[in-house]
Design a protein around this ligand. Structure first.
Ligand code: HEM
Ligand code: HEM
Length: 162
């Protein structure tokens, strides 16, 4: 994998587009959750644009995440910012976990929704907590770099280093 001096413009754009999509998934989850309850009760589910937004938004997260992983392979990522081995390991594990969950969330949701599999919906609920926990860790880490270490980490996701 090449080692560029910064994230590329598409990598940065995709990071923030996916951030907005995932925020939407959490903020507007009521519609799909109640539609799912109705399905479990055997009731009819009327068309609801917010349900469509969850299904389409989640599918888009999956597609864009695969695109990001492709870019990561071709363009590479900048070398980690200075820090201890432990800090690098935590950052790396967080990123791996985020990528894994950005793939597993849409898959579990789709298996639940399109396949009517209750266990997949339960998995989706567990994974949503894990993803939220990693996002919190990731954002706290980013803010710690920005305001305590002041080492320019956040700037790496704001403008390209090339
Ligand atoms: C990154 C992508 C996704 C995220 C972050 C996400 C997040 C969430 C959240 C926060 C809930 C609310 C759970 C609750 O009320 O406790 C939920 C429910 C649900 N989502 Fe997703 N979702 C994603 C993708 C998808 C996709 C692509 C589908 C379907 C094609 C889907 C189908 C469902 C269903 C059926 C429910 C209701 C069942 C349940 O409450 O577990 N999700 N999702
Ligand atoms: C849904 C929320 C988020 C997700 C899923 C997410 C995901 C990721 C992932 C997977 C990476 C690694 C990119 C790679 O090296 O391939 C990354 C990097 C980064 N993210 Fe996020 N992110 C989110 C929100 C945020 C927020 C809110 C901030 C700022 C406050 C932020 C700041 C950063 C920074 C600065 C990097 C670069 C880290 C480095 O250079 O080592 N992210 N993000």
């Amino acid at each position: 994998m090449p080692t560029p001096t910064g994230y590329s413009r598409p990598q940065i754009a995709l990071h923030w587009i996916v951030f907005a999509l995932i925020a939407q998934q959490y903020l507007l989850h009521d519609a799909i959750a109640s539609a799912w309850d109705r399905i479990l009760d055997g009731a009819e589910v009327a068309f609801n644009p917010l349900v469509l937004a969850h299904v389409a938004g989640g599918a888009l997260v999956l597609l864009l995440t695969l695109w990001r992983l492709g870019l990561r392979r071709r363009h590479g990522v900048p070398a980690p910012i200075e820090g201890s081995g432990l800090q690098h390991m935590i950052a790396k594990l967080t990123h791996v976990g985020l990528y894994a969950l950005m793939i597993l969330m849409p898959i579990s949701g789709s298996v639940a929704w399109f396949g009517g599999v209750e266990a997949a919906a339960e998995g989706h609920e567990v994974l949503k907590v894990a993803l939220l926990a990693l996002i919190v860790l990731h954002v706290v880490g980013a803010l710690y770099h920005q305001f305590v270490l002041r080492d320019g980490t956040l700037a790496r996701m704001r403008h390209t280093g090339n």
